[in-house]
Design a protein around this ligand. Sequence first.
Ligand code: TRP
Length: 367
Amino acid sequence: MKGDIDYAKLVKQFGTELIDAKLLARFEKHSGELHYLLKRGIYFSHRDMNFVFDEYDKGNPFYLYNGRGPSGHTHIGHLTQFIFTKWMQDKFQCPYYFQLTDDEKFLFNFDLDLEQARFYGRENALDLIATGFDPKKTHIIMDSYHARTIYPLAIQVAKRITFSTAKAVFGFTNSTNIGSIFFTSFQAVPAFLHSVRKGRNVPCVIPLAIDQDAHFRVARDVLPKLGFLKPGILHSRFLPGLQQGGKMSASDPESALYTVDEPKVIKKKLQNAFTGGRGNAAEQRKLGGQPEICSIFANYQLILIPQQDKLDALEKRCRSGDMLCGECKNICIELATKFLTEHQAKREKARDVFDEFLLKEEDITIE
Ligand code: TRP
């Protein structure tokens, strides 16, 4: 899972804090157990989570927010975010806002039209619902659809972000389209929307992949100026893809398992996946494999093997040279096929309840 990324440097550069044993103990105190993604350090860094727990301890519980840019189908990496967020919802009984940024993907991706982005938004939402979120506590926002609710709040944010800040944070240039420049103000809104709806400040926690932190560096500066709290953030690592050195990417179907993949696709992708194996069998028996660089092992860690003892046993067999990559890939194919087949059944059922999960907009009148 380490890849080439220097996480200590990231933490320093962006001024976040590592999730340490003390903070893990605070999770554990309330949840009774630690989620495997916390234990394994996949969520590794944070902002203001001690403040969030202080408030929680005082009887001011938080809500959850994150989202997904619908440029394609959901891959396993996105699913880990859903799985972790659902665990948080269960353990802390949180309301949860999930934002589908069809506008973002349309604006930033020249080849994608709005209908396609909305289509994928709906498809991605099925994966979210299939993960088991509570319909009473979960509110899905589709940006272009819920604009009536989001827009009046987004312009409050937008008014306090200069072009020079947006350029510095996101690298915009004079040829960037103006929709893209405005977009971050939309992503900021769900970080205080629940407070607006409740009429009081409710702390917010945003579990996200570290590359999304930029939006919230900006939002965290603006929100206090509007009278809202800065959201707490939980950062996850970049998730390695199935090829050497790459990360999972929504625009490259070969880079990861997708939730819609059929058994024969799963098999082919995993058979072609990059591993930590050696040049030949004899060498591997002697030296053992290298799970730390292996994409198959990453899939075990992230999603397919939550049970620590089971993962440890496989790791031991790999490192000792007892198990070679062929055998291990077959294990992975079996686990992935089972997992995804079950997920796909739930995903189809989710079509019937999609509407129940959409954020209900307040009646707005013009006075
Ligand atoms: N911009 C994100 C993406 O491209 C989607 C998103 C919207 C998001 N709101 C979020 C991600 C909050 C994490 C947290 O995928």
